[in-house]
Design a protein around this ligand. Structure first.
Ligand code: PMP
Ligand code: GLN
Length: 424
């Protein structure tokens, strides 16, 4: 049996949680301009929007994505050959691995990583090669930041061989929230060019970056456009994860192979959803960089939620690692071993045990960090859990509670002042 973290923890959360900070999705509505675009597409005059559209992406969507990425990358992007629309970023990833990885190829994956990369590489016949981000705790007693988790340059270089086909980069990174710096990306780019390696760049959290940091696209670095596929998601970009609209942007020499996989598997994704996302991007293109832009507003709101959760966790001794991006936050649970003791010689990693205990006994769902590590390295990272802070709310009575607790009128947890939750 292969344990699947999402199947297992989504079920546990559904059964026991009062407050679900596990699986990553927002619980606030998608923006009006987006849902209105969907309604218009659904009921408007164009009944052809209920039929098939172009296999590789509904023309209005690939056109506006091309315009958008021309702006972001500062280069020409052709809507028909450099862009492909997929069923969420999940299918974009699947197409990349199926199309670009052959039997016996090695693919470098940076740990911790979004869990599906490993099985997807294996399904394509490839061999995953893992390289960890290593934590360097600050010496001044300050809280750790996701920026304190870094690659060791020599260790990274040692993973590149003549069998390396690609490296998977995920910046901003799920689960840590790390936003790779220009220097770190430069190092990866240099190695890719030197060893003629492709970069599968999962950038689904590209707009969720905090503290004035900038998301840098590795495809814009010297020598990288031609060897990079950029993956994005309307689910994350417009807070509508159920729509399952994603995309790939990259050079035709790579995308032509992705198109072969796509046209012979899913063919295309829902026309109406693509039409509405196209209109969402048209609005954002017009408002680019302006205060009314959703891509400007959303990170501001999320940064506030991040800070509330950081403050709450810090107040109760669960040390948060402050994320620079995404809506995830990893916290250190090692202070809680007297409440939830370790079981010697257990097959189950401590963080799994803790996360299960927490959802069953405290109604609070989170995801064990070791779910984001390979089998070989899991056991080094069992003292952390990941929270999704998109669902955190501020309450007037000065407690920080997620909406679900507020709705149900119970489950108030993490209350630094009177420690309502018992263990905390
Ligand atoms: N990549 C990462 C890093 C993610 O966190 C997610 C979120 N589920 C995905 C890809 C998949 O995105 P989508 O929901 O658009 O399929
Ligand atoms: N990307 C989301 C997360 O990391 C959801 C993943 C999933 O449900 N498969 O929580």
């Amino acid at each position: 049996i292969v344990h699947h973290p999402w199947v297992e923890f989504v079920k546990l959360a559904a059964t026991y949680s009062k407050v679900n900070l596990g699986q990553g999705f927002p619980d606030f509505p998608a923006p009006d301009f987006l849902t209105e675009a969907f309604t218009r597409a659904l009921g408007g005059g164009n009944h052809m929007l209920h039929q098939y559209t172009r296999a590789f992406g509904h023309p209005p969507l690939v056109k506006v994505l091309a315009q958008f990425f021309e702006k972001l990358l500062g280069r020409d992007v052709d809507p028909m050959t450099n862009v492909m629309v997929t069923v969420g970023a999940y299918q974009a990833l699947f197409c990349c691995f199926q199309a670009l990885v052959d039997e016996g190829d090695e693919v470098i994956i940076i740990e911790p990583f979004f869990d599906c990369y490993e099985p997807m590489v294996k399904m394509a016949g490839g061999t995953p090669v893992f390289v960890p981000l290593r934590p360097n705790p600050p010496k001044d007693g300050k809280l750790m930041s996701s920026a304190d988790w870094q690659l060791d340059p020599a260790e990274l270089a040692s993973k590149f061989s003549e069998r390396t086909k690609a490296i998977v980069l995920n910046s901003p990174n799920n689960p840590l929230g790390k936003v790779f710096s220009r220097g770190e990306l430069g190092l990866i780019a240099e190695l890719c060019v030197k060893h003629d390696v492709l970069c599968i760049s999962d950038e689904v959290y590209e707009w969720l970056v905090y503290d004035g940091k900038q998301h840098i696209r590795i495809a814009s670095l010297q020598g990288m456009w031609d060897r990079t596929v950029i993956i994005g998601s309307a689910g994350k970009t417009f807070s509508a994860t159920g729509w399952k609209v994603g995309w790939v942007v990259g050079p035709n020499r790579l995308l032509q192979h992705l198109r072969t996989v796509h046209q012979n598997s899913v063919y295309h994704c829902a026309t109406i959803a693509q039409e509405a996302v196209a209109q969402g991007f048209q609005r954002e293109l017009m408002l680019y960089g302006k205060p009314e832009s959703y891509f400007v507003q959303l990170p501001k709101e999320l940064q506030q939620k991040r800070d509330w959760l950081v403050q709450s966790l810090d107040g109760v001794g669960m040390k948060p690692i402050i994320p620079e991006g995404t809506y995830f936050l990893v916290a250190d649970i090692s202070q809680f071993k007297s409440d939830v003791p370790e079981v010697p010689n257990s097959d189950e990693p401590y963080d799994y045990r803790f996360a299960k205990w927490m959802v069953k006994n405290k109604g609070l769902a989170a995801i064990p960090l070791s779910a984001f590590y390979s089998e070989a390295h899991k056991n080094n990272y069992t003292n952390f859990i990941r929270f999704c802070f998109a669902k955190v709310r501020y309450m007037a009575n000065r407690t920080f509670v997620p909406t679900m607790a507020a709705v149900k009128g119970n489950g108030i947890w993490l209350r630094p002042t009177d420690q309502t939750c018992g263990i905390f």
